[in-house]
Design a protein around this ligand. Sequence first.
Ligand SMILES: NC(=O)c1ccc[n+]([C@@H]2O[C@H](COP(=O)([O-])OP(=O)(O)OC[C@H]3O[C@@H](n4cnc5c(N)ncnc54)[C@H](OP(=O)(O)O)[C@@H]3O)[C@@H](O)[C@H]2O)c1
Length: 294
Amino acid sequence: MTNLAGKTVLLTGASRGLGVYLAHALAREQTTVVCVSRFKSGLDTTCAQIKALGGKGISIPFDITNMTELSILTTQINKIAGPVDILINNAGIELYRNFVDYSLEEMQLVVSTNLLAAMEITRLLLPSMLERRSGHIVNIASVAGKKGVAYNSIYSASKAGLIMWTDAIRQELADTDVNVSAICPGYVNKVGMTFNTHVPLPLLAGISTPKKVANAVIKSLKQNQTEVIVNQSPITEHLTKIMFAIGQICPEFLDTIYRLIGVVKLNKMRTENLTSIEMLPTYMKKQLKNTSLT
Ligand SMILES: NC(=O)c1ccc[n+]([C@@H]2O[C@H](COP(=O)([O-])OP(=O)(O)OC[C@H]3O[C@@H](n4cnc5c(N)ncnc54)[C@H](OP(=O)(O)O)[C@@H]3O)[C@@H](O)[C@H]2O)c1
């Protein structure tokens, strides 16, 4: 899809965080963005911003974990905005815990929001895309789906599932005009779930901006990219890919790297809600003297 103008996009998780940046980028492409998330106030703000940027925004508050009613949502969208050309499964949640401390309900909530809802919305919209011989599904995954993340294991599992499901349906859809992409951001600053924990980000892992993630989504639509790692720079993106390739051969090596750059310690801090500077890796203590927490 080289030209996105006039396309109808369903964007989940549009009320805050990365979703707002995605909505802005889609508005600049003059699309109609159907914005879905649970709370109306954030959606209305996003829609006003979309309008100001030259697009059209439609706000539909809906809890996507309400699986049995997702077909009502997609029918409603079809009536209001016409058939969906682009689906961006962006809504997501994470809960930091020791694995044994998760309740069954918490595990179900994370997997339903991050994986099952994306699958079900896609299942409902795909027949129309196939019939019209045009469509693109973008799944916002994470590098947490490429390498397990301690104390965020259910999130990691849901994102790994999202990446593998994307990989599988891409092969099923290879002979059709419907494309599918997985976007895998690393740590993102300024807004979003990681930033909101108010725990420092492990700078050696490479930090990207929400704008970079939004640009990557637009590029994936225009260039039909399959799987995209978003990191600080093209060099760190390549290094991340090489690290994951090494991790396939020797997972323990990557465990050591994650421990050394502070991923495990920082997630433990998130789990225990601790913000003691003493727990930080030494390189971060030095950096913190000169910078803010992010
Ligand atoms: N931020 C990062 O560092 C980072 C890194 C890699 C990947 N990602 C991925 O990027 C995506 C966006 O994350 P974010 O950082 O922007 O998170 P965020 O700021 O917490 O925003 C999450 C969005 O999802 C919506 N949402 C959550 N549960 C929902 C539900 N049951 N039904 C409908 N909407 C729901 C929220 O809206 P309501 O609360 O209004 O429902 C909100 O709009 C996620 O898939 C995340 O896994 C983020």
